[in-house]
Design a protein around this ligand. Structure first.
Ligand code: ADE
Ligand code: ZN
Length: 330
């Protein structure tokens, strides 16, 4: 417990977190009742029992279905407020939060409903918890680039209103068969607009997708990136350029990216000098928030206290906070 308290007290940033992936079964049921939506589950336990995934797609199917209970501004507020409270309790001082607008607009939810609810929770966390956070609008890669452009066009009129929060864009959903090059034009446009760029790559997809995210999309960080180690030249470049990898150990375990945490390459990547960070991805689905990811990794991989301090420091260094903002949080 002493060790856990020490880990909790380390100031951490969470950089790879899908807000829709923080929907706990209890809140899913509450929102389904509130919105008159019938769930295909008898109770909370039945939801948890359904969370046995074989790969990324088997998870995404349930994750998109679960998000169907999110309808009102209050729903998005409740979702984000619960996450921020939980992350704050884990010693997270700064969170860069992804959201998937297309999952909601496809169901007829207005983009401003999503932004407004999330923003109210993030601003409240800043004012009441002293916790900083921001938003990364994430495009769904199983949809077309035109669909992503339509989403960007719909979101840009809101940019001023949420200028304190919406700082960047990301790319998520089904990786294999949807290479980064599919989104070359929209990333170029978002770079022009001054957005920070991240993308999922090398989770299930091959190292070539990490290469494409770096060279074609010109991202500042790679979400996951664990398969980069299959290409030694690529890994050397990631180390030399100190491209952050937002690694999510419990997610990788639950989705079969690794079969045992003791085989996870995050310790090898860290010891080789890569800028590795630890994150929770979709904590309500994968059975652990950020502190659980630190603890499970430390136990499985014999991480030293120095290495844990490095991982926490890396998370702040890899964040989009300006150095002065980072120091203010420590
Ligand atoms: N959307 C939510 N979590 C994801 C993940 N781990 N990979 C790709 N898309 C996602
Ligand atoms: Zn993710």
């Amino acid at each position: 417990h002493e060790w856990r308290d020490w880990l909790r007290a380390l100031p951490k940033a969470e950089l790879h977190l899908h807000i829709e992936g923080t929907l706990e079964p209890e809140l899913m049921f509450e929102l389904s009742r509130r919105n008159g939506i019938t769930l295909p589950y008898a109770d909370v336990q039945a939801v948890r029992d359904a969370y046995r995934f074989t790969d990324l797609q088997s998870f995404l199917d349930l994750y998109y279905a679960g998000a169907g209970v999110l309808v009102t501004e209050q729903d998005f507020y409740d979702l984000a407020a619960a996450y921020l409270r939980r992350a704050h309790a884990d010693g997270v001082v700064h969170a860069e939060i992804m959201f998937d607008p297309q999952t909601h607009t496809a169901r007829g939810i207005a983009l401003d409903t999503v932004f407004a609810g999330l923003a109210r929770a993030l601003r409240e966390a800043r004012d009441t918890l002293g916790m900083s956070s921001c938003l990364l609008l994430s495009f769904l890669r199983h949809l077309s680039e035109d669909d992503a452009f339509a989403t960007l066009e719909a979101a840009l009129p809101l940019r001023e209103t949420y200028a304190d929060l919406w700082i960047g864009i990301g790319l998520d959903s089904s990786e294999r068969g949807n290479p980064p090059e599919k989104f070359a034009r929209i990333y170029a446009r978002c770079a022009q607009l001054g957005f920070r760029l991240v993308a999922h790559a090398g989770e299930e997809g091959p190292p070539e997708y990490v290469r494409g995210a770096l060279d074609t999309l010109k991202v500042a960080r790679i979400d996951h990136g664990v398969r980069s180690s299959e290409d030694p030249a690529l890994l050397q470049e990631i180390i030399r350029r100190q491209v952050p990898l937002t690694v999510c150990p419990l997610s990788n375990l639950k989705l079969g990216v690794v079969h045992d945490l003791r085989e996870h390459n995050l310790a090898r990547l860290l010891r080789a000098g890569a800028l590795v960070t630890l994150n929770s991805d979709d904590p309500a689905y994968f059975g652990g928030y950020v502190l659980d990811n630190y603890i499970a990794s430390a136990e499985a991989l014999d991480l030293s206290r120095d290495e844990l301090v490095t991982l926490a420091a890396n998370s702040l260094k890899a964040s989009f906070l300006p150095p002065a903002g980072r120091h203010a949080l420590l």
